[in-house]
Design a protein around this ligand. Structure first.
Ligand SMILES: Nc1ncnc2c1ncn2[C@@H]1O[C@H](COP(=O)(O)OP(=O)(O)OP(=O)(O)O)[C@@H](O)[C@H]1O
Ligand SMILES: [Mg+2]
Length: 384
């Protein structure tokens, strides 16, 4: 079986976006624009009668990297499956549309405006303003405050009446950290996959250690989580105003998962981009996490920190391996390319941070050591 070629898949998705736009706005002038590099979905700016919109579609419900590695068969098979997938009421984009409505409705949160949904394609209005990642880079001294704003805002919104019901009818479990880790690294195929990253020797033991470590999820805190809380998925159109969110993956989970994704992706960004003030941002992350733990009942703190560190490490491995196995024809974002360039340092960080897991079961110690290893990784990148 020949895996599909990136150019064929991207061209097919581009056609499907145009067809959906013409169906959603009959008679309108639709002009395709720039494609946003993504390892997950096909995202493209389009203009509909002069109005700019982001169009987004998922090919067969799996990431573009998996698809191009042949997970859903050759191109002809993909084309047939995609035709059915686009019309499925449970497609990822149909659920994402429902989730944007839930965020703006019962959750009362700021979110990108849904402009339409048609034939498996989601259309949203562009949200202006810096992202959380931009703000932290520009003002690293505000890291703790900004993280607090987002985590509090989401916790309040996602706990509001009606949100649970909305999420139960259209959950997006695809972005869950633990589920993604198990899916990618189970058994035999996991080993083959790891070798294809080019860093299998370092990452093999990392997976083994993470799988061996007993997880003791914190007793309380199960709730609706945002699910894909990356620093580029929260924007601040107004200075010191309310955050606006995009690309939700709402599901039932433990609240610590959202903090874990933020921590993992922010530290990865600091390692990859080596901003001058990385140390300040890292202190902000550290102090935010410690303050969050202190607010919990004393007997829950260690379990919360322990689960946080395990999820951070799993998520870092999940995304590192995705970036490393992306086929050459798939355009990568500047961020993804930068992480690939520093892959050795990220793999070393994972190696050192997981080597310590067996030494103690104390979550507070895991967190302290994780931060030390991150600081070392940033320093190692600086001296490259
Ligand atoms: N409505 C919008 N306004 C502004 N930017 C947007 C909008 N929709 C998408 N984008 C941009 O396109 C990027 C990719 O979109 P999105 O996150 O929805 O897709 P994705 O395939 O899930 O990406 P990833 O897996 O990288 O998170 C976003 O991070 C953002 O930069
Ligand atoms: Mg995204």
């Amino acid at each position: 079986m020949m895996p599909p070629a990136a150019a064929d898949v991207l061209a097919m998705a581009g056609d499907q976006v145009l067809t959906a736009a013409r169906s959603a706005w009959p008679g309108a002038e639709v002009v395709p624009g720039q494609v946003t590099p993504s390892v997950t979905s096909y995202v493209q700016l389009i203009t509909v009668d002069g109005r700019d919109l982001y169009a987004k579609t998922s090919v067969c419900g799996v990431s573009l990297v998996s698809l191009l590695r042949g997970t859903c068969g050759d191109f002809e098979t993909v084309r047939a499956r995609q035709a059915a997938y686009l019309l499925s009421p449970d497609s990822l984009m149909a659920r994402e549309a429902a989730q944007l409505r839930a965020l703006a409705g019962p959750a009362g949160l700021g979110t990108v405006a849904l402009a339409g949904y048609d034939r498996g394609v989601l259309f949203t209005e562009p949200v202006p303003g810096p992202t959380l990642a931009d703000l932290i880079e520009a003002e690293p001294g505000r890291t703790r405050e900004l993280l607090g704003t987002i985590v509090r805002d989401l916790a309040e919104g996602l706990a509001r009446e009606g949100v649970t019901e909305a999420v139960e009818s259209a959950p997006i479990r695809e972005r869950g950290i633990g589920g993604t880790f198990s899916r990618k690294f189970n058994g035999l195929s996991g080993g083959i996959y790891l070798r294809q990253t080019g860093h299998g020797e370092v990452l093999d033991p990392v997976v083994a250690r993470l799988r061996r470590t007993r997880r003791i999820p914190p007793a309380s805190g199960r709730t609706v989580v945002f699910g894909d809380l990356k620093p580029e998925h929260a924007t601040f159109p107004e200075d010191h105003g309310r955050p606006v969110y995009l690309d939700p993956g709402l599901m039932h989970g433990h609240a610590v998962a959202d903090t874990a994704k933020l921590v993992s992706r922010l530290t990865l960004g600091l390692i990859a981009h080596r901003p001058a003030a990385a140390a300040v941002a890292l202190s902000g992350i550290d102090s935010f996490v410690r303050a969050s733990a202190r607010r919990l009942p004393a007997q829950e703190r260690a379990a919360w920190l322990g689960e946080l560190v395990l999820l951070v490490l799993m998520d870092t491995l999940n995304i590192l391996s995705t970036y490393l196995t992306a086929p050459a024809g798939l355009p990568l974002s500047a961020h993804a390319a930068a992480v690939r360039d520093r892959a050795r340092h990220v793999a070393d960080l994972l190696d050192r941070a997981t080597a310590q897991l067996a030494a103690t079961e104390d979550g507070a110690t895991w967190w302290r050591l994780y931060m030390t290893r991150v600081r070392e990784a940033v320093a190692a990148c600086e001296s490259d």
